[in-house]
Design a protein around this ligand. Structure first.
Ligand code: SF4
Length: 267
């Protein structure tokens, strides 16, 4: 059943709702939004701290001047090489079953995410998101002769991609707020109970050429430093992600209630 057919609030056209809200079930492929934030709009200090954490400095701080200089040089190169690009598209939930969600781009085969979607109230839609650092940082990494710099570029690339994905998530949250909707935290293929081949549904939803990311036959993304994800948008979203509903108490990726409320991923 297409939930849009049940909409009693407006015409179903984006921006044309009688209540001045964007209909979550009305976005189509031609409405995919491509955004290009510049590095200055991203939190560079946060990228530095997260890179240090990734390199094993648990509090995001290093005292070794050689390490700090290497990260500083890596950030300088990254600021020039990174070409942040982000894209999103919203499609209605066609059906929310026990183990999966149906959308016109394909299924989302995750029982845990499906449970969260079923608990949402009112019109429900899936926000498909893709964020990338672009190809140039990878080239800088490949052409560097220093093994240390390669490690730094690799860590920086991962953190830049996560930071762009965070930025995109905030953009989607703003879209949801303007539309009178709530949105969950992002959820990616390859995590939790959603297998990596879930990438195909995300890439069916988005115009990958415009998004600047390709998907290989084995579901690897190119550029590698890219983040694909989904979120549910609805009039009421009871939890930011499915962890609170999940019985797997010893999961190392579990987010606590405090983290969920604060919206801060575990360091
Ligand atoms: S606790 Fe772990 S398995 Fe359960 S929903 Fe959270 S991430 Fe997924």
């Amino acid at each position: 059943m297409m939930e849009q057919e049940d909409c009693r609030r407006g015409s179903g056209q984006p921006g044309a709702c009688q209540e001045g809200r964007q209909c979550p079930g009305s976005a189509r492929s031609d409405l995919m939004l491509v955004l290009e934030p510049d590095m200055n709009s991203l939190n560079v200090e946060r990228i530095r701290e997260r890179t240090l954490r990734r390199l094993g400095y648990r509090r995001g701080k290093a005292t070794d001047s050689a390490i700090l200089n290497g990260i500083g040089e890596g950030l300088r190169v990254a600021a020039e090489a990174v070409q942040p690009r982000a894209a999103y598209r919203v499609l209605p939930v066609l059906e929310a079953g026990g183990d999966s969600i149906e959308t016109e781009a394909g299924p989302i085969n995750s029982a845990r995410f499906a449970r969260l979607v079923r608990m949402c109230a009112g019109q429900k839609a899936i926000v498909f998101m893709l964020a990338t650092v672009g190809p140039a940082l990878e080239k800088a990494c490949d052409s560097s002769e220093s093994l240390f710099q390669k490690v730094v570029y690799d860590a920086l690339g991962s953190e830049c991609a996560e930071t762009i994905a965070d930025w995109l998530e905030e953009e989607c949250e703003s879209w949801a707020e303007r539309s009178g909707l709530k949105i969950s935290a992002r959820f990616s293929p390859g995590y939790c109970d959603w297998a990596l081949d879930g990438q195909r549904t995300i890439f069916h939803a988005l115009d990958t050429e415009k998004a600047g990311v390709r998907l290989s036959a084995h579901c690897a993304m190119e550029p590698v430093k890219s983040v694909s994800s989904i979120a549910v948008a609805a009039e009421s979203v009871p939890y930011r992600n499915p962890c609170i509903l999940c019985p797997k108490k010893d999961c190392r990726w579990r987010r606590t209630r405090q983290e969920l409320e604060a919206g801060i991923p575990e360091a």
